[in-house]
Ligand binder design. Structure first.
Ligand code: FMN
Length: 208
């Protein structure tokens, strides 16, 4: 797949069919993650791949399985989501947080070695490790797209991160920035339109 076609085909997918991803494909996708830029040249990252459904269901136990219409209206109000395109996205995404991981072919947990207190950085450089793994995550998404697969991600809320460490037993000095679901898009997948951006208006040459 051509690079720009891959970039435009990469969309967050939360509806999956049952599908088994072979190990070679998974290795290729995770290998692409390791080719991302990195702040300290070390790429001290690990990727836990969870295919055992029992472990997946235990891992995501803290994520609400459903979300009522009333809660959704409240969320839209409280988070001040005034843009209609954004509202469409949240209305589709929020109720699927559990299912998008439960139905994925596998859940991938990226881990970075975090030396500084991520919640209290003293300067921007202290977040370099965090920024680097997000470059790796995007490489992983694009590689999955090129392999005709798709991904979603969830930022752990509340004690979901602590719970994930307990379930998966990863070391104390590694930090989980998100949970990633990878799978085969289902036939009736909903793909939410991206907000239209006029690129020319976002490019500022030689000054704002
Ligand atoms: C930093 C970050 C956090 C995100 N958090 C979540 C999340 O917790 N749950 C979710 O379903 N999607 C999450 N997303 C995915 C966005 O909802 C999605 O990228 C956005 O709606 C644009 O859609 P697209 O990826 O199809 O272009 C996140 C994306 C990013 C980059």
């Amino acid at each position: 797949m051509d690079f720009f076609e891959t970039v435009s085909k990469r969309r967050t997918i939360r509806d999956f069919d049952e599908y088994e991803i072979d190990d070679a494909t998974l290795e290729k996708i995770i290998g692409a993650a390791f080719q991302a830029p990195t702040n300290d040249h070390m790429r001290d990252w690990h990727f836990m791949v969870i295919t055992d459904r029992k472990i997946v269901l235990r891992l995501i136990k803290k994520i609400p399985e459903s979300f009522s219409e009333k809660d959704m209206e409240e969320l839209i109000r409280n988070w001040n989501l005034t843009d209609s395109c954004q509202q469409i996205c949240y209305r589709d995404a929020v109720p699927k947080q559990y299912r998008m991981l439960a139905d994925a072919s596998c859940v991938v947990i990226p881990l970075l070695k975090q030396k500084m207190d991520m919640m209290h950085p003293e300067n921007l450089s202290h977040l370099n490790g965090f920024a680097s793994i997000w470059c790796a995550i995007e490489n992983l998404f694009l590689a999955a797209t090129a392999e005709h697969l798709a991904c979603n991600l969830r930022i752990p809320l509340g004690d979901e991160g602590v719970w994930a460490r307990r379930v998966l037993d990863f070391p104390e000095d590694y930090f989980m920035p998100c949970l990633i679901g990878i799978g085969k898009p289902s036939k009736d997948v909903s793909i939410i339109p991206q907000k239209e951006i006029i690129i020319k208006e976002r490019i500022h040459r030689n000054g704002w």
